[in-house]
Design a protein around this ligand. Structure first.
Ligand code: PMP
Length: 429
């Protein structure tokens, strides 16, 4: 049955939209942090960072179906769910970010953020991290240069995109205590070249905890330095919080808090709708007003009553079930257990991340740090047989990224750690 569904999928669904695994299970149901296939086999979902409050949350199901049966329309109409949602977002946003645009996805949010920055500054150039992923629409794709997703990414960036070295503490150009300062020196040199050429900056865009590289924490003080340099040249700062924001980091609601900075623009999507397409750009009023001078913006479904009710209900569940706190405690416990595994298995070069946003970086050799890319994909296949769904990320696809629903339990975490231990032991035999 599963093979038949897969064959039919491949024959009409464009192949570039890849599926996980060579022989993927045919899944039928979701429940909390679990996925259940057509043969009633249960899997632990450690990959789906969209299902923030877990799969099929009864409160969300009820709220969405109620709203669907009552009203769904577009944001040109006047209904209370819209300001209730934007007020909640502003209340949660970093100081000074008081205006919200509602869209349907992370890619749309990133594209809009880039347009806002270009309009506000009158400049075109954008700085973005190498190895980043910000989405698939034209603008978002332009600032995404991970060679793990597109081997030719670095050769094919448009002229307005300036790819900068990401400050990776484990395998980056600079490591150690002074790495932030050294990366900032490199950046200053790059910006000097742009200054000399008379190239004005529109923005810097980056993930404040580097998600696409596997939940890598940036060195202390690094983003503060970047923001200062970008702002001194008239550019805006965009924090892409699509993956890391909204409580997943446990200790912090937004990723930028971990670096102690406030951006000019935040992009957010994924978990904020728990699977329903909901995305947002949160920014300052003056930036939104400048954009309004150039024309209007309309998204047919962005900010619809259903989207707003979903967004509000997700926030209610996060608050009422203490899910950010769960991300902190259960995520902290998981990281500690993964660090213990690192002591037992040489293939684990590092454990990155915070809260329920972790990365297990696999290397072939602890001295050279050569990425264990083939092993990473094999380990993911082996973990599937153990009932755990995990996928590799990054330029070398050698980091197992762990980003489960925020209501994952300690029992599920232990199930995964034991499975990973078994898989790694079996490989070293
Ligand atoms: N930004 C980041 C950091 C992302 O991880 C993603 C999606 N993986 C996007 C933007 C794009 O989001 P979407 O798939 O909702 O368009």
């Amino acid at each position: 049955l599963s093979a038949d569904v897969l064959e039919r999928r491949v024959s009409t669904f464009a192949e570039v939209q890849e599926h996980y695994y060579t022989e993927p299970p045919e899944i039928e149901r979701g429940w909390r942090e679990h996925l259940i296939d057509v043969h009633a086999q249960c899997y632990l979902d450690l990959v789906n960072n969209v299902a923030l409050t877990g799969h099929a949350h009864p409160r969300l199901v009820k709220a969405v179906s109620n709203q669907w049966s009552l009203l769904n329309t577009n944001s040109r109409f006047n209904y209370s769910a819209l300001p209730r949602f934007t007020e909640r977002l502003v209340a949660l946003a970093p100081e000074g970010l008081d205006t919200v645009f509602l869209v349907n996805s992370g890619s749309e949010a990133v594209d809009l953020a880039l347009r806002l920055a270009k309009t506000y500054t009158g400049n075109d150039a954008v700085l973005a991290f190498q190895e980043a992923y910000h989405g698939w629409t034209v603008g978002a794709d332009a600032v995404s240069s991970s060679i793990g997703d597109n081997p030719r990414a670095l050769e094919t960036r448009p002229d307005w995109v300036h790819v900068i070295d990401a400050p990776h503490p484990f395998r980056g150009t600079h490591r150690g205590a002074d790495s932030a300062a050294r990366y900032l020196d490199d950046l200053e040199a790059r910006l000097g070249v742009l200054d000399d050429a008379g190239t004005g900056l529109a923005a810097f865009i980056g993930e404040p905890v580097f998600g696409n590289a596997g939940g890598v924490l940036l060195p202390d003080g690094y983003l503060a330095g970047v923001f200062e340099k970008v702002r001194s040249r008239g550019g805006l700062t965009i924090s892409d919080e699509v993956q890391v924001g909204y409580g997943r980091l446990g200790e912090y609601f937004w990723g930028v808090e971990q670096q102690g900075v406030t951006p000019d623009i935040i992009t957010i999507a994924k978990g904020m709708g728990n699977g329903q397409p909901v995305g947002a750009v949160i920014t300052r009023r003056d930036i939104a007003e400048k954009f309004a001078e150039e024309g209007s913006l309309f998204s047919s479904a962005g900010g619809s009553p259903v989207s707003c009710v979903v967004g509000l209900t997700v926030l209610d569940i996060l608050r009422d079930e203490g899910l950010q706190e769960n991300a902190r405690t259960v995520g902290g416990d998981l990281k500690a257990k993964l660090l213990t595994l690192q002591g037992r298995h040489d293939i684990i070069g590092a454990v990155h991340g915070l809260g329920l946003y972790l990365g297990v970086e696999l290397v072939r050799d602890l001295a050279t740090l050569e990425p264990a890319s083939v092993a990473a994909s094999e380990i993911c296949e082996e973990l599937l047989r153990e009932g755990c769904i995990v996928q590799p990320t990054g330029d070398y696809k050698n980091v197992l990224k762990i980003k489960p629903p925020l209501n994952i339990t300690t029992e599920s975490v232990d199930f995964f750690v034991e499975a990973l231990d078994r898989v790694l032991c079996a490989r070293s035999r």
